[in-house]
Ligand binder design. Structure first.
Ligand SMILES: [Zn+2]
Ligand SMILES: [Zn+2]
Length: 572
């Protein structure tokens, strides 16, 4: 069965139930969405959780009655008259905005009529498994000056087992919410009132996690022939005009004045890298040139779309620009794809989806360059035998792109890597190189990120691992817990010994019970606890507990260090 039709039909049933319970509630719209459906209502009193239960019960009755969805066609005039009589002002407005002269309505039972194009299931009895999930405010047409409506979200599946599975995953997703775990594990926070929305402050543990990721990325880039560059956070507006960002992206940029000159906070790193490319004459022997920057950018996102680390206004990209000849482009793209897969594997993501996005309506450059660039991207994927989906018209304004999305432990997709092929910016900046025949030629520019926004990637990591990071990523790897004061000196020795081996250690010497200390360290999801009592002091050993496994018994400190080093190396 078509899930969309089923879910949309379920939204009608919900509206019918609401009208039965609250006849004066007015109906707005009720579409199916990715995970279910919603319906917007105009009702003075807010819906309570108890109301949702009542609505569900009423819906159960409508489904049991197995009412047919009956389609009728009316003229626009008749339809307006009908919905005016029903006092459904929003429906009247919708009909008035319709271009067609014919309007279709659907009746279920004798009392419920809805304006709708269809399609629906044949009768309400086909709905087998549904659940109402939540209520949220929503403006009519999404416009803030319009009345605020109440939106009830629900979901519906073909079978009860599928619904139960979905609800279980939802529950797990709530437990793993990176915003909640971010505070609990003291990784980061937002200070909306004082610091501003969409701006993240990393606390020491989050900053440690981020430093580990950044160090890893620098090493991996250097290994693969990239050079690290660093460019300013602010650059003159003239540069953004030259690059085209001003024309195509200014609504998302922040501008300000210094000494009567206008500057912009950088939303992207590309122009700076092109200036560095242009700093000297380039020969075909120099290419490809690969510049890598952990570039912090700022973009004006509407406050309504900001969401934890996933949508922020300031974030850092692991950004690189590859300047190469047309002949080199395909191999470079293939190498980037390999790079992405290797990095994802290291971070524990093995399932990815690939999409190819083509020319959007708003674009710079010539159509033939777009075709060539799209071809280069597509050929690379084909030669690597990778399956991909095409997103027509979804490319960036300066070039087509490959998007790589990773799938997390709950099978949800997260946007991470993109590879874009660009002929236009090298032209705008008049980038050249001298070819083997002595002629001046234009390089191709590849824009690419691997993790994408590091903020969003950290959000994905937190939710993928439910905060229990593998040893190589854990901000604190080991918590040492002395049982009594008499063990503190030995515990400090062990702490120093582990630290000198570059292990990230904390010592909990508070005057608390052993159980409390263990419980708190477990709440912090620290991979290893080292417990030290008189027995360990006497035998120069340590008692080790591993997260998710339990007691590993007594170990020689060196043996423990060796095991940890192996585990870190394996990134398990
Ligand atoms: Zn409908
Ligand atoms: Zn770029």
């Amino acid at each position: 069965m078509d899930l969309e039709t089923l879910r949309h039909s379920c939204s009608h049933v919900m509206a019918q139930a609401v009208k039965k319970l609250w006849p004066s509630a007015k109906l707005a719209i009720g579409p199916s969405i990715a995970d279910g459906f919603y319906y917007d209502f105009d009702k003075a009193e807010p819906f309570t959780p108890e109301d949702l239960e009542k609505i569900e019960k009423e819906m159960g009755q409508i489904i049991e009655d197995d009412l047919p969805f009956v389609r009728e066609e009316l003229s626009k005039k008749e339809a307006i008259k009908l919905f005016k009589k029903l006092k459904e002002d929003y429906k009247v407005e919708l009909i008035e905005d319709l271009a067609d002269e014919k309007v279709t309505i659907y009746k279920t039972g004798d009392k419920f009529i809805d304006l709708c194009r269809g399609p629906h299931v044949k009768s309400t009895g086909e709905i087998k498994a549904f659940k109402l999930l939540s209520v949220a405010g929503a403006y009519w047409h999404g416009i803030e000056t319009n009345p605020m409506l109440q939106r009830i979200y629900g979901t519906c599946f073909g079978t009860k087992a599928e619904l139960d599975n979905y609800l279980k995953l939802q529950e797990e997703a709530i437990k793993r919410d990176h915003r909640k775990l971010g505070s609990q594990l003291e990784l980061f926070d937002f200070y909306y009132e004082l610091a501003g929305a969409g701006l993240v402050l990393y606390h020491p543990k989050g900053a440690m996690l981020r430093t580990i990721i950044e160090d890893y990325e620098k090493r991996e880039h250097l290994k693969r022939g990239y050079e690290i560059v660093i460019t300013p956070h602010i650059l003159k507006v003239d540069l953004w005009k030259k690059s085209g960002h001003y024309d195509y992206y200014k609504d998302n940029m922040y501008f300000f004045e210094i000494d009567d000159k206008t500057y912009a906070v950088k939303p992207m790193n590309c122009p700076g890298h092109m200036l560095i490319y242009k700093s000297k004459l380039r020969s075909y022997r120099d290419l490809p040139i690969r510049y890598f920057e952990l570039g912090t950018v700022y973009r004006h996102e509407k406050s309504g779309v900001l969401h934890g680390l996933l949508r922020v206004r300031g974030f850092t990209q692991d950004d690189a620009h590859i300047f190469c000849t047309a002949e080199q482009a395909k191999d470079e793209i293939k190498a980037v794809v390999d790079f992405v897969f290797a990095v994802m594997k290291d971070f524990g993501f093995t399932d990815v989806g690939i999409e190819l996005s083509t020319r959007p309506k708003k674009f710079i450059g010539s159509e033939s360059d777009w075709d060539k660039a799209t071809q280069a991207l597509e050929d690379s994927l084909k030669e690597k035998n990778l399956s991909y989906k095409i997103n027509p018209g979804d490319g960036a304004f300066y070039g087509p792109k490959i998007d790589i999305k990773l799938k997390d432990a709950l099978n949800r997709e997260w946007q991470c890597a993109t590879i874009q092929c660009d002929f236009a910016l090298p032209k705008k900046f008049d980038l050249t190189y001298t070819d083997s025949d002595g002629k001046e030629k234009r390089p191709i520019m590849l824009h690419r990120v691997i993790l994408g926004s590091i903020e969003r990637f950290i959000g994905a990591l937190i939710e993928h691992y439910a905060g229990a990071f593998p040893l190589w990523l854990a901000p604190t790897q080991i918590m040492i817990i002395p049982i009594k004061d008499s063990a503190i000196d030995y515990a400090k020795d062990i702490e120093q010994r582990l630290k000198s081996q570059d292990l990230r250690v904390e010592l909990d010497s508070r005057n608390e019970t052993l159980n409390k200390k263990i419980r708190e360290a477990e709440m912090q999801k620290i991979p290893y606890l080292v417990i030290i009592g008189e027995k360990e002091v006497g035998s120069s050993t340590i008692a080790v507990r591993k997260r998710g496994v339990g007691d590993l018994g007594a170990k020689e400190p060196q043996e423990f260090i060796n095991e940890l080093k192996q585990e870190i190396l394996a990134k398990k």
